[in-house]
Design a protein around this ligand. Sequence first.
Ligand code: SF4
Length: 439
Amino acid sequence: MFATRFVSDPPYNAVMVPRRPTRQISVGDDRTGRILIGGDAPISVQTMCAGYTHDIDACVAEINRYHAAGANLVRVAVPERKDTEALKSIIPQVRVPIVADVHFHYQRALEAIEAGVHKIRLNPGNINDRDQVNAVIDACKERGIPIRVGVNEGSIIERRDKQRRMEELGKYFAQHRSGHLLALMIAKLEEYLEIFEDRRFDQVVVSAKSMDASLVIDIYTEIAARFDYPLHLGVTHAGTKDSGAIRSVVALGTLIANGIGDTVRISYASDHIDEVKDALEMLYCLGKRERKGVELIACPTCGRIQVDLFTLVKEVERTLMPAITLPIKVAVMGCIVNGPGEAEGADVAVFAGDRRGIIYVQGVRVANVPEEEILSRLLAECTAFEAKVKAGEARLGEKKVDIVPPDPIGELGSGHHKIRAGLVESITVGQTANSGVST
Ligand code: SF4
């Protein structure tokens, strides 16, 4: 016997901390719609264009692509006058609020505001002249445009001062792994935010990014305790999608689970569409956004597999994601070990046998097809099920029957011969849906 311990008992508290209260700001206009950031607004997702803003058609296409993928805000770089000029043509062609990313030249901010941009990002590391910042604040105030104050580890302060100030301030966070940088970033932020407070401008979002996930967790936790501005979370220079996803989700997921964060940008050195998709998936997993489209479950496969599951899952993802708009739970499982259990919990499921797949819709077996027909049949079942839900004839997540699973490792072996014979539902040897084998 073992003692039962609920995960919510301290210290194993898996319950998410309530969202930290913040001020709320609004970004956008009647044409694009307004995105609220902070307060009780859903955590929004943003990304940034990778191409040149002055390449108007390409920029519009890029923005619209991210918007279609689920981005709530899209940021563009405006390093030159021709970029802010281009905004005048770009903004009327898109339906998502646009943020101008301004570095070094405060005039670019003024020009972007004039061009109708919906939010400005300023970097305290490279626009820090008080009069210049005040000019931007005043222009934003006049138009009702918010500003993100975005501190970055890489451009935090004039380089000649950096070492000295790091040494001075490091002692304040000596117990932290990167305490000197943490102190420096917070000091810079506090100093900068004073300009906004003096000007009585509170339409501010704050970010403080690093490529170090643990520093990101530390700094946002500190900022959350010091200010009530909404927070834009991000890990900067996170790397490729593979490494960047881990860094970003570790840092951002930890913060969000701790109630910190109001808008997110995941950044990858690859197609930025992945930033939007992964940020949304992270928020879905944390229960912070209502899922749109298919929730796909798939087994990792093991030595029991008798179909090409990797190819099948990729194809299922490729075909179902654009075809289905409702959050239908779809399971693609390699064999009888965990297949029945997942098929019970999913709206539509397939578990494979020897070059075959048995397909279920809400626990009811609807097909037993050869491997080459699994994809098309699964797609057809998902489409038909979605139509039923839309017509009010079915409900998502409603289980109709229990699938009684076989004993996966006992006398039935892998059970493949039973799958082939279409007998899975009638086998009553096993007691549990999941033997704990593999996966
Ligand atoms: S045992 Fe699990 S991982 Fe292995 S093929 Fe079956 S469902 Fe997939």
